[in-house]
Design a protein around this ligand. Structure first.
Ligand SMILES: NC(=O)C1=CN([C@@H]2O[C@H](COP(=O)(O)OP(=O)(O)OC[C@H]3O[C@@H](n4cnc5c(N)ncnc54)[C@H](O)[C@@H]3O)[C@@H](O)[C@H]2O)C=CC1
Ligand SMILES: Cc1ncc2c(c1O)C(=O)OC2
Length: 250
């Protein structure tokens, strides 16, 4: 019996990276996990298989985000597998945008559609499916609170907006005992940061130097904090912004 036995979770963008790490952890803790993906069904099925191989239960939920009607399409797909849920993790996101000098309206609209609009409407349509006492975690970024990478400003702006969603929605859902928090990773070793970390000889060392702990994070380090917030132990933490940057903001 895990601490989440009997709960149902949905993790968006769980086919790889941080989302996959969170999905695998919640599965190990006993939750039945909806593994959402945009296009890569094969990778999502690998995540489902990994959860099952570890003794857990999971199902894949396909829906491309950033398009009109995306949230309703996601829930229609989710409803085929489960009757309501206890835990929603909005993790899917586009991790990089070009510097303001090169940014065009298309790129701006896309990153806001995926990183801000989709979580808001996933929550609007998911609130009715989320059971009382439930949990919402939105994956933000340390960049919402530091100007260390101003060339990625449009991306950072989306996470600032997402943090306001976490804060204000905590008041809306609080009366139902549902907590809503942002979890903000620093640099984590994923496909999204492959160019930053491995694209130059000193990429990894420069990234590690940003953190007080002198390292680069792994998806499991984010997943461990999410696992706490969604457990019973996290019941009095809501509307909060949890720094999981390894001390990159100090
Ligand atoms: N890797 C890092 O250093 C950091 C990542 N983050 C955030 O963590 C979250 C996950 O990032 P990573 O695992 O690093 O990235 P990743 O690029 O490896 O994974 C992103 C996930 O989001 C999904 N996704 C992206 N666009 C989508 C769309 N249009 N429709 C449906 N799904 C879509 C992808 O399918 C993928 O599963 C993102 O919200 C990112 O902003 C925050 C801080 C640092
Ligand atoms: C603190 C910090 N440094 C670098 C990066 C992020 C971050 O949060 C991020 O989200 O993508 C790259």
């Amino acid at each position: 019996m895990g601490v989440l036995t009997g709960r149902t979770a949905l993790v968006t963008g769980a086919s790889r990276g941080i989302g996959r790490g969170i999905a695998e952890r919640l599965g190990r803790d006993g939750a039945r996990v909806g593994v959402h993906y945009g296009r890569n069904e094969t990778a999502a099925k690998e995540t489902v298989a990994a959860i099952e191989a570890a003794g857990g239960s999971a199902f894949a939920v396909g829906a491309e985000l950033g398009l009109p009607g995306d949230a309703e399409a996601l829930w229609a797909e989710f409803d085929r597998h489960a009757d309501g849920l206890d835990i929603l993790v909005n993790n899917a996101g586009i991790g990089n945008t070009r510097p303001i000098q090169e940014l065009d309206e298309r790129e701006y609209d896309k990153v806001f559609a995926v990183n801000v609009k989709a979580p808001l409407f996933i929550l609007k349509h998911g609130m009715t499916r989320l059971r009382d006492g439930g949990r919402v975690v939105n994956i933000s970024s340390g960049l919402a609170r530091t100007a260390v990478m101003p060339d990625n400003m449009a991306y950072a702006m989306t996470k600032g907006a997402l943090d306001v969603l976490s804060r204000d929605l905590s008041k809306v859902l609080g009366p139902r005992g549902i907590t809503v928090n942002s979890v903000a990773p620093g640099i984590i070793d994923t496909d999204n940061t492959a160019e930053l970390l491995h694209g130059s000889a000193d990429g990894w060392a420069k990234a590690a130097a940003l953190s007080a702990l002198g390292g680069v994070g792994e998806p499991a380090e984010v997943a461990d904090v999410v696992a706490f917030l969604v457990s019973d132990g996290g019941r009095w933490v809501t509307g909060s912004w949890v720094d999981v940057t390894g001390g990159s903001l100090t």
